[in-house]
Ligand binder design. Structure first.
Ligand code: ADP
Length: 404
């Protein structure tokens, strides 16, 4: 079964084509500058691997999907002869609200509910819908599945997801913690259980997804019981450019002092804060670590603040679960930045975590980085959100085909 995974942003569209029997990615790529120009980078990963890049006109997501179809079926850089060979398409959708507790087959009704969730994710869901509609228009009658960033967190108890606001803002307006990165947290929890050789139902895990956007998730018996992102992805940890949780009084103070509109204020909180705002150097941890190592004090503060807050969330989630079996590091920073892992782990000795610095510095891929006698394990597990989307899509499409 061949499954195309689409991750549509407002001006970009990433894709991967999976062969599910071989568990292999056949091709992947990215369309960028949609609506303001157009560029495609396409990589064929089988046979003679090739990379092809091209500037082209991509006024809308439909032209981007058409460009992807052209690349996938191209005689020299393609991987299929005809799009008929593709059995299904899986779409990443950021916000599924309370309606979607798991991945679903996309129908007109499902698109309507995703549209109804737009007020909850005004930056993300419109782009996801554009990706879905473009696929319908260009590829036609192939089954499509929506996989939601929020769905994994639907198991959070009310005491974890409720804001202490007048309750009608939840009952009437659905203002609550939703949490994001659910496909990543779900994937690494499953892999951690496999590596630990224990059923996920027995485990208390904390997954630290640290990338440009970062969130931490408490996973008990394989279910999300709390997570650091909230109503929107700006909540929780300080991130590459996002502030993380902040006293609303600060917002009122800055808006009053500088006359910012709410949009300007949100722009500061989302795009100018976090590691970038504190270091004044970059949102990229590599640049900031380099500056820190050269003695830059603001870079040091940015990294210290990030690792300190990660450790505080881990501590609070160990308390929430009343125990902990393993801490998992994943995503760009979690998988690659040994210094961040070392600094976070240093706070966690009271939880029985003992880092093995050699294992932390060496090797790659899925691995333990704690000492053999560490009561609580420390692990690195590269995330694979696209694979989760492809697997969910395959499962749903197979069920469609199964006789009743
Ligand atoms: P996104 O949230 O966009 O999916 P990623 O999970 O790809 O982000 O993480 C991207 C971030 O990972 C980069 O901004 C960079 O800070 C960090 N990163 C990537 N490679 C390394 C590395 N070798 N060392 C430290 N940080 C890294």
């Amino acid at each position: 079964m061949k499954i195309l995974v689409i991750n549509a942003g407002s001006s970009s569209l990433k894709y991967q084509l999976f062969d599910m029997e071989k568990r292999e990615v056949l091709a992947k790529g990215n369309c960028e500058r949609i609506g303001i120009g157009g560029h495609i980078e396409h990589k064929r990963l089988i046979g003679q691997p090739t990379v092809s890049e091209e500037d082209l006109s991509l006024p809308t997501h439909a032209e981007a999907i058409a460009a992807i179809v052209n690349k996938l079926t191209d005689r020299s850089v393609g991987v299929v002869r005809h799009m008929d060979e593709i059995d299904a398409v899986g779409h990443r959708v950021v916000q599924g609200g309370e309606a979607f507790r798991e991945s679903v087959l996309i129908t007109d009704e499902v698109i309507q509910v995703i549209e109804d969730c737009i007020p909850l994710a005004p930056l993300h869901n419109p782009a996801n819908i554009m990706g879905i509609n473009a696929c319908r228009a260009v590829i036609g009658d192939v089954p499509m599945v929506a996989v939601f960033d929020t769905a994994f967190h639907h198991t959070m108890p009310k005491k974890a997801f409720t804001y202490a606001l007048p309750i009608e803002y939840y009952t009437r307006d659905r203002v609550r913690h939703y949490g994001f990165h659910g496909t990543s947290h779900r994937y690494v929890a499953g892999r951690a259980a496999a590596l630990l050789g224990r059923p996920v139902e027995e485990l208390k895990l904390i997954s630290c997804h640290m990338g440009n956007g970062s969130s931490i998730c408490a996973i008990q018996c394989g279910e999300s019981v709390d997570t650091s992102m909230g109503f929107t992805p700006v909540d929780g940890l300080p991130m590459g450019t996002r502030s993380g949780e902040i006293d609303p009084g600060v917002i009122q103070f800055l808006m009053g002092r500088y006359g910012y509109s709410i949009d300007e204020m949100l722009d500061i909180l989302n795009k100018k804060s976090g590691i970038l705002g504190i270091s004044g150097i970059s949102s990229d941890f590599r640049d900031v670590q380099t500056a820190k190592n050269k003695g830059d004090e603001r870079a040091r503060l940015a990294i210290d603040l990030f690792t300190y807050n990660c450790a505080k969330f881990v501590g609070s989630y160990a308390a929430a679960m009343n125990g902990l079996d393993a801490v998992i590091f994943t995503a760009g920073v979690g998988e690659n930045d040994a210094a961040v892992r070392r600094d976070v782990s240093a706070y966690l000795s009271y939880l029985g975590c003992t880092l093995d610095e050699n294992l932390n510095l060496s090797g790659g891929g899925e691995r333990f980085i704690s000492t053999p006698d560490s009561r609580t394990k420390l692990m690195v597990i590269p995330t694979n959100e696209e694979l989760v989307i492809a697997q969910d899509t395959m499962d749903i499409v197979r069920n469609l085909a199964a006789p009743i």
